[in-house]
Write a protein of this length. Sequence first.
Length: 407
Amino acid sequence: MASRTIERVGQRAGVNVTWRPVLLGGLYENVKAPQGKDGSATDVMAPAKAALLHQDLIRQLQRCRAPFSQPSHHPQKTVHAMRLLAGISDNQTRASVSQALYKAYWADSKDVSDMSLLQEIGARFSVDAQQLISSPTSSATLRSNTKEAADRGAFGVPSFFVNDQLYYGADRLFLVERALGVRTAEPERLLHPPKDSNLSSHLSFYFDYSSPWSFLGCMKLQAMIDSVKPVNVVIEWVPILLGALFRQIGTPLVPMQAMSEAKVKYGTKDMKDWCDYAQVELQWPDVFPLRTVLPLRVTIASKCDPMLIMHLYKAAWQRKKDIGNEEVLRGVLQEEGFAAESLLAAANTDEIKQQLQASTQRAITAGLCGVPSFQVNHGPVVWGQDRMHVVADMLCGWECTLPSAKL
């Protein structure tokens, strides 16, 4: 997907894009990725997460209008293809051959480890594939590129560097564009409602105060709702115990503990990038992970008052309050004018406890792997604050029509 759009990003920003081939397995080996050199990132994921990421991939393929055909076999060995690219000295030719190889693999369902295919593609661009693939210089360049990428913080592909700043994933290209000076760049919206729309949509918002990404999603929620007006959006707030969800699906309580050091470091930068883009202040709490059982019960006792939810998120992630501590929570509630004593008393009733258990079980049954997560009109789960532009389109009536595929 990124190969189809990166050049347009460069054109809009008025810069040249340099294509640098690397070996993904080599990156995994360099950064000591949990899945190992020959594995896939999904090998070490909880099945629920792998399933949602697969659904997201299919959705993104349709949204970027990329031709796609299920590869005859996947994954394929790409070392010869990458040596071919590493041996091409002209950047524009390297980009053209790269795009041809992507098309062969992902649109035409061809085997890019087949030497005859590599020779045929090379010939289209006056490149001697056999010579370049067998050249020690090509092999050395590929190894050097891979090590350099890892040394600069890359842990997967596609990775983009704007000066020394890393951006990972096709879905971060709008951040790349903004870093290049195009400050109007935004995640792409496909559908906007007509001015006289009578459409009404139901939005389920699954959340837990323990997640900074959920905090960011909550802070962006009203802007998303405003962006789809005049669609009437009915928000259903669904508080869940993220730790209980993680235990059920087999995810560590603190997911970053299962990531490579490079990925953890990038995750911190990525969060800052998103906060800067959304103009949301975030201060990491002194107590982490947050204990959120009591604040979630208080939320249910308040009948999921949106103002209470907003104040508790801000207390935790902007004022660094330990809202899992009953006295701290009481103080926050009193400061903001809520009936602290009655809410705390109600939070300890069996009825409220059962409601939190039920909403958490609902999330597990729906297939969630994290928060924030969204459902539009009780449809497919969409995970992540970085997919809120997709949720906005779905609120306006957009649907994914691509059939699923096993990758």
